[in-house]
Design a protein around this ligand. Structure first.
Ligand SMILES: Nc1ncnc2c1ncn2[C@@H]1O[C@H](COP(=O)(O)OS(=O)(=O)O)[C@@H](OP(=O)(O)O)[C@H]1O
Ligand SMILES: Nc1ncnc2c1ncn2[C@@H]1O[C@H](COP(=O)(O)OP(=O)(O)O)[C@@H](O)[C@H]1O
Length: 218
């Protein structure tokens, strides 16, 4: 029987198209990294329509965590599509692959002990739930930007809704393509005529959740 690093070759695995692979552990693990950072790794997944405020809340949250001496990192859909996911379109299957890849990266960041803030439209429940399943129970914190389409379209900072309405963009979320709101997410950030909260106020609601659930301590 062949051994490698004290492991028998029979522990080789096939994952997808990757054959004969073996997971390597290390004495410095997630627990040690969390002690170093004095926080618990997790994924804060911000989902909502284009223009709902995902990036604004993500930035405000990262700033607030930084002021508390906590290390976070933002995976923003727009930004990730400039590099890692530059090969993906907005067809449903490509959006699914976008979310799958970001979910796997977010899982690695959480394992590194980081507070990973993922802000993507991520319109399909099935894709978001698949990301949730990658993480230990409680480590995937889904945040829904509950902002009506009318408000998002009135904001339209990039003019994309206008282009979509003019037929110059096809398959735009909320206009041509669907958005499936979460059915039981951890946090809902509402913005309506009655409830007007700033990105900072919204971020503080997420901070409160993290404090209450012990993520801001090792
Ligand atoms: N067809 C279509 N539908 C929706 N959004 C579009 C589209 N084409 C380009 N954009 C711009 O891409 C940003 C969304 O990228 P995401 O990776 O978050 O989308 S998804 O999760 O894969 O659905 C999104 O950025 P945000 O406005 O910050 O959400 C848009 O500016
Ligand atoms: N809570 C808020 N109240 C008012 N305007 C907001 C709020 N959050 C974001 N905005 C504005 O809405 C627009 C879209 O915000 P953004 O964070 O880019 O949304 P998304 O990332 O979901 O596309 C921007 O012009 C931003 O300044």
């Amino acid at each position: 029987m062949v051994c490698y690093l004290g492991r028998t070759v029979s522990q080789l695995a096939t994952i997808g198209n990757s054959t004969n692979i073996m997971w390597h552990g290390c004495p410095v693990d997630k627990v040690e990294r969390q002690k170093l950072l004095k926080q618990k790794g997790c994924v804060i997944w911000i989902t909502g329509l284009s223009g709902s405020g995902k990036s604004s809340v993500a930035c405000a949250l990262s700033q607030s965590l930084h002021c508390r001496g906590k290390l976070s990192y933002i995976l923003d859909g727009d930004n990730v599509r400039h590099g890692l996911n530059r090969d993906l379109s907005f067809k449903a299957e490509d959006r699914a692959e976008n979310i799958r890849r970001v979910g796997e990266v977010a899982k690695l960041f959480a394992d590194a002990g980081l507070i990973c803030i993922a802000s993507l439209i991520s319109p399909y429940r099935r894709d978001r739930d698949a990301c949730r399943a990658l993480l230990p129970e409680g480590s995937f914190i889904e945040v829904f930007m509950d902002v009506p389409l009318q408000v998002c379209e009135a904001r339209d900072p990039k003019g994309l809704y206008k282009l979509a309405r003019a037929g110059k963009i096809e398959g735009f979320t909320g206009i041509h393509d669907p958005y499936e709101p979460p059915l039981n997410c951890e946090i809902v950030l509402e913005h309506s005529e009655e409830v007007c909260a700033s990105p900072r106020d919204m971020a503080e609601k997420v901070i409160h959740y993290l404090e209450e659930n012990g993520y801001l301590q090792a």
